[in-house]
Design a protein around this ligand. Structure first.
Ligand code: MD3
Ligand code: FE
Length: 260
C-alpha cells in the first residue's frame, strides 16, 4: 500500500491505531499489515454507515464495499427520488404491476413490471425475458436519469436493456436467489432502492454459507459486477414507515440489466 492509499493517512501517528513505525520494502509482515488496515477501514465505514442508518442521518460517503457489492448510499437525492417516482407512475400506467407465479404455481409476494427492450416474466411456463408486458403492450422506455446513472457508475458496460421494477408491500420479501437468466453474465446489474428500507442479504456464489446483510434505504444504489454478479442475494424484510417517499408506503426496487 502506498502512502496515498493508506486509509489512515490523515491521522497523526499517535492517533493512528495501526501506525507502523518502520517502512521497509515489501515483505510478509507489511502485506499482512496492509490487508489488516484495509479490513479495519472497511469495517469502520460499515459501522459508520450502520450508525447513520439507525440515527436516520444521511451518510455521504462515496461507496461501501460488501462482498464485491458496491453500495452507493444516497446516490439519488430526495428531489431525484421524487422525480423517479413520477416517471415510474407513467410507466406503470402503461405496464401495470403484476404478481408473478413461479413455474410451480406459487405466487411471489413481490409485484413486478419493467421498462426497456425486455422485461423479466415468471409464470406457469417458466421464467424468461419477454419484449412485451403480459397484456401485449411493449414495455415503456427506461427513464433517461436511470441511463445516466448507469453510464456514470458502469461506463464500460453495454447499455441496459431492461429495468425491472419490483414493488414490495411491507410484508413482501424475496428469497435468496441468483440472477442468471441474462446471456452475458460479465455485464453488471445496477439496482436502485426507493421508499421504505429493505434488508438486503448477500451470500455466496453457491447456495448456503455465511451471509451479510445491510439495510438499503431510499436513494441507495448497488452495483453488482464482477464477482458479485453471481452471488446469491435476497430481501428479508421491509421496515414499515421508514420513508415518506411513497404515499402508501412499501418499497420499490429497480434493477437495470443487459439481457442479450
Ligand atoms: C446481485 N432484487 O430483482 S436488489 C432482483 O431489492 C433482486 O428487489 C432485490 O434481487 C430487490 O433480482 C435485490 C440487489 C440485486 C439486484 C440484482 C442482482 C442484487 C443482484 C443481480 C445479480 C446479483
Ligand atoms: Fe436478484
Amino acid at each position: 500500500m502506498s502512502r496515498d492509499e493508506d486509509p489512515f493517512r490523515h491521522l497523526a501517528p499517535h492517533f493512528n491505531p495501526l501506525f507502523f513505525p518502520f517502512s521497509g520494502s515489501g515483505g510478509y509482515i507489511r502485506r499482512q499489515l496492509d490487508a489488516c488496515k484495509r479490513r479495519i477501514y472497511r469495517d469502520f465505514l460499515k459501522i459508520r454507515y450502520v450508525f447513520a442508518q439507525w440515527l436516520h442521518y444521511p451518510c455521504h460517503m462515496t461507496v461501501l464495499r460488501v462482498r464485491d457489492f458496491e453500495i452507493h448510499p444516497g446516490f439519488f437525492a430526495p428531489d431525484a427520488q421524487r422525480a423517479l417516482v413520477e416517471e415510474l407512475r407513467d410507466i406503470l400506467s402503461v405496464a401495470p404491476l403484476v404478481q408473478p407465479v413461479t413455474p410451480r404455481g406459487t405466487p411471489m409476494s413481490v409485484r413486478m413490471s419493467a421498462a426497456g427492450e425486455y422485461g423479466w416474466i415468471s409464470d406457469r411456463k417458466g421464467y424468461r425475458y419477454e419484449p412485451q408486458h403480459p397484456s401485449g403492450v411493449p414495455w415503456p422506455p427506461i427513464p433517461a436519469r436511470l441511463i445516466d446513472m448507469w453510464q456514470t457508475l458502469v461506463p464500460d458496460a453495454r447499455l441496459p436493456q431492461c429495468c425491472l421494477i419490483n414493488w414490495y408491500d411491507v410484508t413482501a420479501k424475496m428469497g435468496m436467489h441468483q440472477d442468471r437468466d441474462e446471456a452475458d453474465l460479465t455485464q453488471p446489474v445496477v439496482s436502485v432502492s426507493l421508499g421504505d428500507d429493505g434488508l438486503f442479504r448477500m451470500g455466496n456464489s453457491t447456495r448456503g454459507g455465511k451471509t451479510e446483510s445491510v439495510w438499503l434505504r431510499s436513494g441507495d444504489v448497488v452495483v453488482m459486477g464482477g464477482d458479485a454478479r453471481l452471488t446469491y442475494h435476497g430481501i428479508d424484510r421491509i421496515r414499515p414507515n421508514s420513508s415518506a417517499l411513497l404515499p402508501k408506503g412499501g418499497r420499490i426496487n429497480l434493477t437495470l440489466r443487459v439481457v442479450t
